[in-house]
Design a protein around this ligand. Structure first.
Ligand SMILES: [Zn+2]
Length: 82
């Protein structure tokens, strides 16, 4: 399964993928991070990405600390943050 190389979200259907400037599907990033050939928030830092994902994970039942630890470990390896 592919995951977004920016936010780590699983991309399991066509409409989850981002778009290139020519309208083709971007294989690396999701539609939220990369909607129209560019990052939605190009200046976002790694720390900001972690913070913006924490509330979503807490909704899934993780504690704030678990969410932050998980994201710090798992988003770090993604292409955008190299
Ligand atoms: Zn994403």
């Amino acid at each position: 399964m592919k995951i977004c190389q920016s936010c780590g979200m699983p991309m399991n259907s066509e409409e989850m993928f981002g778009k290139n400037t020519d309208g083709t599907q971007n294989e690396d990033f999701c539609t939220y991070c990369y909607p129209e050939g560019r990052f939605n928030n190009p200046n976002e830092t790694f720390e900001e990405m972690v913070e913006s994902c924490v509330p979503f994970m807490m909704k899934e039942g993780y504690t704030e600390k678990e969410a932050r630890d998980y994201l710090n470990n798992n988003l770090k390896g993604l292409k955008r943050w190299q």
